[in-house]
Write a protein that binds this ligand. Structure first.
Ligand SMILES: [Zn+2]
Length: 127
């Protein structure tokens, strides 16, 4: 893990301001040593995941940002709805399908982790 920048998380409002708050939080939390070059891509993906979350998921929405040194930035968005998004599959709803295609295209890796209280959608980006 990164010795300079601790992992941090925040809870986002379940309304249209969420994506803007998520980008502000990311800009403040991101590791300047290891992740500055991937900030733009990370902002885009965080916006997609959070907007998706606000439309299709249940509160609370939690954003977590962590640096894993030279292995890159780790971002996850958790919410209280266990279902979807369908990983790497065509999706009925064009909007959320487009969102996850973008994550698939830009991130190094991503996934959906179901758990007892909902799910976590995560991605990694390395410089
Ligand atoms: Zn770092």
């Amino acid at each position: 893990m990164c010795e300079n920048t601790p992992a941090v998380q925040t809870t986002l409002p379940l309304d249209p301001r969420a994506a803007g708050e998520a980008r502000r939080f990311l800009r403040a939390a991101i590791c300047r040593e290891h992740a500055a070059s991937v900030l733009e891509g990370a902002e885009l993906l965080v916006s997609e995941l959070v907007t998706n979350g606000v439309r299709h998921a249940a509160p609370p929405i939690t954003l977590r940002v962590a640096c894993d040194g030279s292995r890159g930035l780790q971002v996850s968005v958790s919410d209280g709805e266990p279902a979807g998004p369908a990983p790497r599959e065509a999706h009925d709803e064009a909007e959320s399908g487009r969102g996850m295609s973008l994550v698939d295209y830009i991130s190094d890796d991503w996934g959906v982790q179901p758990h007892q209280d909902g799910k976590t959608v995560w991605f990694t980006l390395s410089a």
